[in-house]
Ligand binder design. Structure first.
Ligand code: ADP
Length: 507
């Protein structure tokens, strides 16, 4: 481009006119500045330069290029340009320039010096391209990248915080916690685990769960449920085992295991909580023993009292006063209530000790349910009881126990519904099950309480004062139904009555 430098000056070959035409045809803006004149003025610009900047040739020639930056002077690129001019070197910069109408455009400027035979820089040639579009895309990409990085940063921070948060919970919980990977290898355990089992982290982390201790966890049924946790997402709930552990001896442990996931992270991990329930069980056993002893001890004198009261009734002279009769009648009534309460307590202790005896025999289900309802009807003056339907099936089981269930459910229906209301008993056969439903229009049961009413000694707080009872009846019912391989449940809403149902398999 520098005619002086060339061995064969191009202008000589093609003529200046042709060269100017070539420069004007260029898609890049081209200028030439004269470095020998003060302030390095522009002495030539092609047409594209005029188009790019919006200035006319007469507004360009004679000026220093800086007018293109308008007031935007503090640009790193300007320093690079100045430096290159001072050293007479070439350089490429991307610089913010402004068109005549003030519109910003990014100029990719290639600047090269032209020297004479004395190696003095006589001119600079500037080739410029408007790269605003590319710059915009680059800036947009950069913005997106920055945004992404910011998001990643925030997410990392969030995860770190969550991790710290979870770790602090993990370590604070007063229960042995253990995290397993998909192959049931131990990833982490908390301090409480180490203290409970008196083991070190080295003996635990990285080991297979079944290898821990003396291999005591290697139980087929436990393996089965644990291996199901991840594929099915079914948790292990209240799995109870009594095992001999190294260092701590025989203990009853209760296991609960869940698949864990935190916002898509830590998938395929199992969190298991192991609770030592040995002491709780001992306490419960002691309570059960006490209950059993107390009810047996109470029953003996009570049997004598009932005998004496009956004797008094038989031996009473004909001319006793009405007051005497009334007192005696009430005594008989209360003794009988006491007897029932003690029988209930004895039922519980029999169930708890596994001493419940089932006298299995075939019996006509409809007949015994109808008879039980009939008997109850005769003794109930406060409520109407109706029965309909039939199961039309012979069952094999303990007849007296089934009668007890129907009696308990009927007594509750009477106890927990207002006088004058009706109780419906409905019998049916569903597939190979017999089904009994007992529906009342009483106080009903809340969702929360419904989950607990079959637990022993549970009573709904709000009804405790108003209605007498010990929270035993439904527990006994459930045990009896379970012993007969059936199910018992309740459907109810507060103040809208309750329907207790049970099913028993026909075969
Ligand atoms: P109890 O009646 O002696 O308290 P149960 O085991 O028979 O003991 O019942 C447990 C609890 O369930 C009762 O305290 C009562 O709150 C609730 N319940 C049982 N049957 C009904 C019913 N038919 N309607 C409303 N609540 C009931």
């Amino acid at each position: 481009m520098a005619p002086e430098d060339s061995d064969f000056p191009i202008s000589d070959l093609f003529g200046e006119n042709l060269l100017l035409q070539a420069l004007n045809a260029s898609n890049s803006g081209i200028i030439i500045t004269d470095n020998m004149q003060p302030d390095n003025p522009i002495i030539y610009c092609n047409r594209r330069f005029e188009d790019m900047t919006g200035y006319g040739r007469d507004e360009i020639i004679g000026h220093n290029c800086r007018f293109l930056q308008m007031d935007d002077r503090k640009q790193e690129a300007r320093k690079l340009l100045k430096d290159a001019i001072a050293k007479g070197k070439n350089c490429v910069v991307e610089i913010r320039n402004y068109k005549k109408d003030g519109t910003l455009f990014w100029n990719e400027l290639y600047m090269a010096p032209v020297t004479n035979e004395r190696q003095e820089v006589t001119h600079f040639i500037g080739v410029q391209n408007d790269v605003s579009q590319r710059k915009r895309i680059q800036q947009e990409l950069q913005r997106q990248k920055d945004q992404m990085e910011q998001k990643i940063l925030e997410r990392t921070r969030y995860l770190e915080e969550s991790k710290e948060y979870l770790t602090s919970i993990f370590e604070t919980v007063r229960e042995s916690l253990i995290v397993l990977d998909r192959t049931l290898r131990v990833l982490t355990v908390n301090e409480y685990f180490l203290n409970t089992f008196k083991v070190t982290l080295e003996e635990t982390e990285g080991k297979q769960f079944y290898e821990l201790g003396n291999g005591q966890w290697n139980i087929a049924s436990l393996r089965k449920v644990l291996e199901e946790v991840l594929p099915t997402n079914n948790p292990v709930l209240d799995y109870e085992v009594e095992l001999e552990f190294p260092h701590i001896g025989k203990k009853i442990m209760q296991l609960n295991a869940y698949r864990v996931e935190l916002e898509g992270e830590y998938k395929d991990r199992i969190l298991m909580a192991i609770e030592d329930i040995t002491e709780r069980r001992e306490l419960e056993n002691r309570k059960d023993d006490f209950l059993s002893i107390a009810s047996h001890e109470l029953r003996t004198p009570l049997t004598s009292i009932s005998g004496f009261v009956q004797m008094l009734d038989r031996l009473k002279p004909d001319n006793v006063s009405d007051k005497f009769k009334e007192v005696l009648g009430k005594t008989v009534q209360h003794v009988s209530r006491l007897n029932n309460l003690i029988e209930e307590l004895l039922d519980v202790s029999r169930i708890r000790s596994g001493n419940i005896k089932l006298y299995r025999q075939a019996f006509n289900f409809d007949k015994i349910v109808y008879e039980t309802v009939e008997t109850m009807k005769q003794f109930t003056k406060t409520h109407r009881i109706s029965i309909e339907g039939k199961a039309a099936a012979k069952l094999i089981g303990d007849e007296s126990h089934i009668v007890q269930v129907v009696n308990n459910l009927l007594s509750n229906a009477i106890k927990y519904s207002p006088e004058g209301t009706e109780i419906y008993v409905y019998l049916s056969q569903v597939s190979n099950y017999v089904k009994v439903s007992i529906k009342d229009s009483g106080i009903g049961i809340s969702n929360e309480d419904r989950k607990k009413i079959f637990e022993r000694f549970f009573r709904v707080t709000s009804s405790q004062e108003k209605y007498p009872g010990m929270g035993i009846g439904l527990y006994v019912c459930q045990q009896i139904i379970e012993n007969h391989k059936g199910t018992i449940w309740v459907e109810s809403e507060p103040n809208r009555g309750a329907t207790f149902s049970f099913t028993l398999p026909i075969k």
